[in-house]
Ligand binder design. Structure first.
Ligand code: ZN
Length: 221
């Protein structure tokens, strides 16, 4: 239902379903990504890609996971506001372009079937699809999420890492071979998901893996 509503909006245009600012939910022009007020108060991070020494080559993120960006992610994930993926993906695409990284395949972090049934869509995939549309670079589902009973939010960083490595698996490896991949997720918390997914993609023969997320939290545990 949520999916069909989203597609309907695309087809009918914005006459009946106006575009909304992801940060305060006020009506904006379809060509805008955020309202004038939020444009003056919600600033993206510096664009430098943080080079890492682990399986992911670097991380691009838009905002710290706090305040209005955190609220935007909450609406996107928990209030069925799939429409917010459009302006958020545009903002993320601007950030990716500024970073100057080179990639030729977009891969979203997958979601468990159980959550997908509850939510009706995977927000990382919707963001990935929008980025593919904006960039002209294809996206593919090259990872699978094997359901585990654990709620990641309740786990420590070490436990998250342990379970993440037992949760994500590669698929369609021929699609990854030699590719410079941009891995997409909504929030980077401890990095265990991105690391586990990047490891799978590297094992599948990816040339390199960068990650782009909307928000990054500075979690210490
Ligand atoms: Zn706003």
């Amino acid at each position: 239902m949520k999916n069909s509503l989203f597609e309907m909006k695309r087809k009918i245009g914005y006459a009946f379903f106006p575009a909304r600012c992801p940060f305060c939910d006020c009506v904006i022009k379809p060509s805008e990504n955020l309202c004038q007020t939020c444009a003056k108060t919600v600033f993206p991070e510096e664009t430098s890609v943080r080079i890492r020494e682990d399986s992911s080559r670097g991380l691009i993120f838009l905002y710290p996971y706090d305040g209005r960006p955190k609220e935007a992610v909450r609406r996107l994930k928990f209030e069925g506001r799939k429409d917010l993926a459009v302006p958020l993906a545009r903002l993320l695409w601007e950030q990716v372009q500024k970073s100057g990284i080179d990639f030729d395949l977009i891969v979203p972090v997958p979601m468990s079937r159980r959550k997908l049934r509850q939510r009706g869509y995977n927000q990382a995939q919707v963001l990935g699809e929008e980025l593919a549309r904006l960039s002209g670079i294809p996206w593919r589902s090259c990872l699978v999420h094997k359901d585990t009973k654990n709620d990641q939010h309740q786990l420590s960083a070490r436990e998250r890492s342990y379970w993440a490595e037992r949760t994500y698996f590669g698929k369609g490896e021929e699609n990854c071979r030699g590719k410079r991949i941009l891995l997409i997720d909504d929030v980077y918390t401890t990095g265990s998901t991105i690391r586990a997914c990047a490891k799978c993609l590297n094992e599948a023969g990816a040339a390199c893996v960068f990650a782009a997320v909307l928000c990054k939290t500075e979690r210490k545990n």
